[in-house]
Design a protein around this ligand. Structure first.
Ligand SMILES: [Zn+2]
Length: 470
């Protein structure tokens, strides 16, 4: 390297230095407040701290304690919600912002603030993020004070010397507020005014707009969760979107109509909607999947939470996940179909009832949304020529004692037929078909994508074959 190039390189490094301060954060946080206001009109912002339980809408409360027992939507919630006190929408850019939350025994939300007595916890969690429609703020913690819950006022101060004198946190000098810095105070509340109040003091600085990828806080819990569904390929034959009803992303979500006496999870009962979702997602371009939103009767379309396909089953206080973009639909499509099957559709059909299994009467309705024609084949032989085409797949049922796929009743997708094999998308992903398949006729290409030799296909007992053509 020439001396000149070396100098140029050093100069380039030096010029790049200022950006290192921001390089730590590769994402920017956002929340869909327009959507939130639909069910939480007095939402003010969102408080988020990575790798902790603090991840909550911030609510405006006209009087204390309501949000110690209720979530952002006013429904009972054991963990409550973070709130600010006031009569009108607060200005989060103000020199002092005070945030309240329940002193939760289970460490949820502000219950975690007592952890700051440990130096290591402070070292790992020095900052929080306060997100609002008007702008975002980074809250850098520099002090923590323990007082009594009955103490309502003495802690509400921005006297730096007094706060530091009583602090159980040894502050990182780089995080101390300077002249002109705004403050945020986070304080725990207890409805009975018993025990200790933990008060955390933070420097509040606006975060400049950034080009970093956006993480939507109202989506990130589920979006960050691992999914085993995805594209799978049979070499030389085809590539398909393969969803698993037992995908850990949703297998424990309750799949029941409102008022059901049971709480069956999607992992057990979701083979019908998962099969239909696989057929449609493989026939229709992803950008068209959101069409389904136009046919929902619920005003927010298709919403769910980690508790259930229908967010009415939520007993934790999750902000419901709303499907909007083609990416949302592609990732969670079986849940949209499940919601449709539970009666969330303008057709008035209900496939899911408070009884065994899923009635497939909604299949034609949902297919008509996408311009997919449906016709039934009386036998596998009749269906085979259609399944050699790329524009047709079949949703079918397997029932009985002899099929290798189930001992009861199960829906699946016939994806493609070649000269030798029939390719099947099985919504119940398995590593082995074990004792159910003593002759070993099912060959697993990857869990969820299997094939059966054509001469063995009659042993599978495919029935109720519906041919879907796009
Ligand atoms: Zn929930």
């Amino acid at each position: 390297m020439t001396k000149r190039r070396l100098v140029a390189l050093l100069l380039a490094c030096l010029l790049a230095l200022p950006s290192f301060a921001h390089a730590r954060k590769e994402v920017q946080y956002a929340a869909d407040f327009e959507y939130m206001r639909y069910f939480a009109p007095n939402v003010v912002g969102w408080l988020f701290q990575p790798d902790t339980t603090i991840d909550s809408p911030v609510m405006l409360a006209r009087e204390g304690y309501f949000y110690l027992r209720n979530g952002f939507d006013g429904r009972y919630s054991a963990r409550g919600s973070v709130y600010m006190l006031g009569d009108e929408m607060p200005d989060l850019s103000a020199p002092l912002v005070v945030l309240h939350g329940k002193n939760d025994m289970n460490n949820r939300l502000f219950g975690s603030l007592s952890e700051y007595r440990e130096a290591e916890y402070y070292r790992r969690h020095p900052s929080l993020f306060l997100i609002s429609p008007e702008g975002n703020y980074q809250l850098d913690i520099f002090a923590g004070v323990k007082t009594r819950h009955k103490d309502h006022d003495s802690w509400m101060t921005t006297d730096l010397a007094a706060v530091l004198e009583n602090s159980f946190i040894a502050p990182d000098p780089a995080l101390l507020p300077e002249e002109g810095d705004a403050w945020a105070i986070l304080t725990t509340e207890d409805a009975k005014q018993e025990g200790s109040r933990f008060v955390i003091y933070a420097r509040k600085r606006p975060m400049p707009p950034s080009d970093a990828p956006v993480v939507w806080l109202n989506h990130q819990g589920l979006d960050a969760s691992k999914s085993v569904s995805g594209y799978a390929t049979a070499e030389g034959v085809g590539t398909w979107m393969v969803y698993g009803q037992n995908d850990p992303l949703w297998d424990r979500m309750i799949f029941e109509v409102a008022g059901s006496s049971r709480k069956r999870p999607f992992g057990d009962g979701g083979c019908g909607p998962t099969s239909i979702a696989m057929a449609i997602a493989n026939l229709v371009p992803a950008e068209k999947l959101p069409l389904l939103n136009d046919y929902a009767t619920q005003p927010l379309g298709y919403v769910f939470c980690p508790c259930g396909i229908d967010d009415r089953w939520c007993d934790v206080g999750h902000v419901p996940y709303q499907l909007k973009t083609p990416e949302d639909f592609l990732r969670y499509f079986p849940l949209a179909v499940g919601s449709f099957a539970m009666g969330n559709n303008t057709f008035g059909v209900q496939g899911r009832r408070d009884s065994y299994g899923t009635n497939m009467s909604y299949l034609e309705s949902i297919c008509s949304v996408y311009g997919i024609s449906v016709r039934s084949a009386r036998s596998l032989e009749e269906a085979l020529p259609y399944l050699r085409r790329k524009d047709t797949m079949a949703v079918c049922c397997v029932t009985g004692t002899y099929t290798p796929f189930t001992r009861t009743s199960h829906f699946m997708v016939l994806a493609q037929v070649t000269d030798e094999h029939i390719y099947v998308l099985d919504p119940l992903r398995r590593d082995t078909y074990g004792e159910q398949d003593p002759r070993g006729i099912v060959e697993i290409i990857t869990p969820g994508l299997v094939r059966v030799r054509l001469e063995d296909a009659h042993l599978c007992h495919f029935t109720s074959i519906n041919l879907l053509t796009y």
